[in-house]
Each structure stands twice: as C-alpha cells, then as structure tokens.
Design a binder for this molecule. Sequence first.
Ligand SMILES: Nc1ncnc2c1ncn2[C@@H]1O[C@H](COP(=O)(O)OP(=O)(O)OC[C@H]2O[C@@H]([n+]3cccc(C(=O)O)c3)[C@H](O)[C@@H]2O)[C@@H](O)[C@H]1O
Ligand SMILES: Nc1ncnc2c1ncn2[C@@H]1O[C@H](COP(=O)(O)OP(=O)(O)OP(=O)(O)O)[C@@H](O)[C@H]1O
Ligand SMILES: [Mg+2]
Length: 278
Amino acid sequence: MPEYVRKKLTLDFGQVTDYIVRRIREYIEESKKEGGIIGLSGGIDSSVTTILLSRATNNFYILLMPTSSTPQKDIEDAMKIIKIVNGENKYSYINIDEIINEFSSIVNTSDKIVIGNIKARVRMTLLYAFAQKMNYLVIGTGDKSEIMLGYFTKYGDGGVDVLPIGDLYKTQVRMLGNYLGVPEEIVKKPPSPALWEGQTAEGEIGLDYETIDSILYLKFEEMREPEEIAEMTKTSYDKVIKIINMVKTSQHKRLPPEIFRLSGRAINSDWRYPRQWG
Ligand SMILES: Nc1ncnc2c1ncn2[C@@H]1O[C@H](COP(=O)(O)OP(=O)(O)OC[C@H]2O[C@@H]([n+]3cccc(C(=O)O)c3)[C@H](O)[C@@H]2O)[C@@H](O)[C@H]1O
Ligand SMILES: Nc1ncnc2c1ncn2[C@@H]1O[C@H](COP(=O)(O)OP(=O)(O)OP(=O)(O)O)[C@@H](O)[C@H]1O
Ligand SMILES: [Mg+2]
C-alpha cells in the first residue's frame, strides 16, 4: 500500500470505536429492539463487529454456523472472540451441513458458487429467525471494500439490518482490530468467505486487500485516473480497471431492487425524487 494512502486511511480508532458503538446503541433503541444478533465466523470482520456490538449492549447473541468447508481454526478463533466478549452463555453452535445438502440436492447441483451462496443465505435465514424470536436486529459485518466490490452474497451475508463497519476498508478493519485487541492471528488471517475448501478472497479477486483498498480509495474518493492509480499502486492498468468494473457492475447488490414505475422516472425507485413532486 502506498505510504500516501496508508496515511489517509489511518484514523483515530478510539474515536471510530466510540462513534460506532454509540450508533449501534442508538440504532437498536430507535428501532425499538432489545439487542443485536450476529453471525461469527472467526474472520476479522465478524470478530471486530462482535466486539463493537458487545460494547454497545449486553443484549447480544452470536450464531456459529459452520459447514464442512469451515476450517477448524475458524471455529477456534470464533471461540476466542466469544471469550473476549464474555459471551459463553450467549451463543448457539449450529452445523448447517444438513440444510445445505437438502437445498443442493433439490437444486441438483454441485456448483461451488451456487452452493456457497446457499450457505450464506441459509445463515441469513437463521439469523433473521433468531432475531425475530428475540426481538433483536441482525447486525451485519460487511466492510467497505467488500461492499464496494460486491464481494458478498446478495441477500446472504448482504441481507442484514445495519452495517456498523461498512464505511471502513478491510485495511482499516484490520487496524481497528488491532486497536480492539483482536488476537493477531485473526487480524493477519487471509480473508475468506470459506464457502468452499481453500477459498480465499484475495485469490478469488486476484489482488491483495492493501492494493484493492488503495485502488478504491484513489478512484472513488480522490477521483484519480486509472493510469495514475496503476503507477501509484504498482499494479497493472488492467487490474485497476477490473476493480473499478467490479464496483460498477455490483450496484444492484447495494440498492433496493428497481421498481418499474408506471409513471415518472425510475431513479432507484425513489419516491422522493424531486421531479416526481415538481
Ligand atoms: N444487473 C443486475 N440487476 C439485478 N440483479 C442482478 C444483476 N446482475 C446480477 N443480478 C443478480 O445477482 C445474482 C448474483 O449475485 P450473488 O447471488 O450474490 O452471486 P455472485 O456475486 O455470483 O457470488 C457471490 C460472490 O461473493 C463472494 N462472497 C459471498 C459470500 C461471502 C463473501 C465474503 O466475503 O464473506 C464473499 C463469493 O465468493 C462470490 O464470489 C444473479 O444471480 C442475479 O440474480
Ligand atoms: N461459519 C460461520 N458462522 C457464522 N457466521 C458466518 C460463518 N461464515 C460466515 N459467516 C457470516 O458471514 C459474514 C461474511 O463472511 P466474511 O468472510 O466476509 O467475514 P469474516 O469471516 O468475518 O471476515 P473475512 O472477510 O476476513 O473472512 C461473516 O462476517 C459472518 O457474519
Ligand atoms: Mg471469512
């Protein structure tokens, strides 16, 4: 990561923590809910978000939902976080293999992406069922890098009520993790959705997150040209373009589905669009 970008992304993580913790607390209160539920994988995003949630409220609940493609190490790491947040009586361990196998046989596929996305959507379904039963909100774990790239399953891990760390790039989530005392092995672990054996985010996307974050920052916050970004990040022009295109083509994952309105202009189906009223 260019030193220039690292400096820009280095924040006062004490302030960031206070802000996010306060916003989680306020959001739960304003929603007239009693707490928050979260899926904990043992990865950095859910580890950091779980710690923030536990600081916002005592009313948190954690679901561990491993499958056969979940590394044992991830389960051990998730247990370390449960210990850190004193959550020993506030979690359920649910192996979802049987549900996944049932779905896969109905769909009649062994395609790893199709099955992987089923895993993410089954987790979402369980989180919402527990949330409603407990009168809690579903706390999302997506970070800014994944959200911008569309590197998540639509209505799977993308199906949540709030995104507390959604304005922090993965690199910043790691910095926040260090600040919060997340064990170093979790902070340093290669990010992985673990939707199939051996999957890593950086392998699937084709670039490491420090470079991805630099490209995202330089393009979308400083509006620099791809040629300059390629030079600054010592990356090929084609890879810079690939990252920019991932952001462009994944807009549908970040917006509510377009409604084909019978009158007026369909701008993201926003009824408040001024022309509609003017
Ligand atoms: N223009 C458009 N307008 C409206 N909808 C559009 C669309 N293009 C596709 N779609 C819909 O979107 C679907 C594709 O999206 P989706 O189902 O999400 O599937 P897709 O993006 O193909 O796969 C999800 C990706 O996210 C990764 N992932 C998943 C889960 C967690 C994590 C993680 O980091 O933990 C990462 C996973 O490894 C994979 O690369 C299409 O099948 C179609 O239904
Ligand atoms: N085995 C699991 N048990 C419970 N929740 C899970 C599991 N696997 C994934 N999830 C949920 O899906 C989210 C998306 O996964 P993702 O891999 O992006 O996040 P992460 O594992 O927390 O961090 P990283 O991106 O560094 O791997 C997780 O943060 C978690 O909320
Ligand atoms: Mg993960």
